[in-house]
Structures are given as C-alpha cells and as structure tokens.
Design a protein around this ligand. Structure first.
Ligand code: ZN
Ligand code: ZN
Length: 122
C-alpha cells in the first residue's frame, strides 16, 4: 500500500464534528460526520450497482463510537443507529473533501462539495 492510502493518525477534528486523518504522504483530510454518513459505503446505503458513490442525504448525525477494522479501515457508529459502514482507508482517502482532492477522486467526480470546507480559490 502506498503512503497515500496509509493513515498515520486519526483524530477528532478541531470542531468536534468530524474525523481528521493524517496520511503517510503528508496530506490531511477532515471529514465532517455528516459527510461520512452521507457517503456510507455499506450495501444498504449504496446498493449493489457499483459506479459513482451516491450521496444518501442523511439527517445530521453525531458519532457515537468508532471501531478500527484491522489494518483496513474504520467502522463508525452513528447517532441515527446506523453502524454497518466500513470505511476502508483507500475509500476514505478517495473521498477526501478538500478542494484539491475533489477533482481527482476515483469514485466518480465530483462529489458533493462540502459547505464549510470549500475555500475561496480565487
Ligand atoms: Zn450505510
Ligand atoms: Zn484532500
């Protein structure tokens, strides 16, 4: 696995409403809970069609807990009771909502831009 998909640290984001990941290549991603919930990769959220990831438009959620899944990823438990999504590291990196990554995701760009993380680019 390349450094790009290797999380070095996972932290609570500064505002307490998201998960921050520091990657092996130096990149830093901040994922608001709602964003992760909306791109939950489980089959009941995404269906079996493959293709671009669907935004599932969830209600706002809190994180109740998060479980590490081996060397593979994380499994968050949300306040709405949903806990079947396993976010592989590779998937997490691929949905990084920062302005740089939004264009290059391998899961069918563009993902829903995230209000609050958008930067004024000009
Ligand atoms: Zn799900
Ligand atoms: Zn990024």
């Amino acid at each position: 696995m390349s450094d790009r998909f290797q999380p070095l640290e996972r932290l609570m984001s500064e505002d307490g409403r998201g998960i921050e990941v520091r990657w092996g290549d130096g990149h830093r991603s901040v994922y608001p809970f709602l964003y992760l919930r909306g791109y939950c990769p489980c089959a009941s959220c995404q269906g079996h069609g493959g293709g671009p990831r669907k935004w599932t438009d969830p209600e706002d959620v809190d994180l109740k807990g998060v479980r590490l899944v081996g060397n593979y990823g994380i499994n968050p438990a949300w306040s709405d009771g949903h806990d079947s999504g396993i976010f592989a590291d590779r998937y997490m990196r691929s949905i990084c909502p920062c302005p740089t990554c939004l264009d290059i995701t391998e899961y069918g760009p563009p993902l829903k831009p995230l209000v609050g993380l958008e930067q004024s680019s000009d």
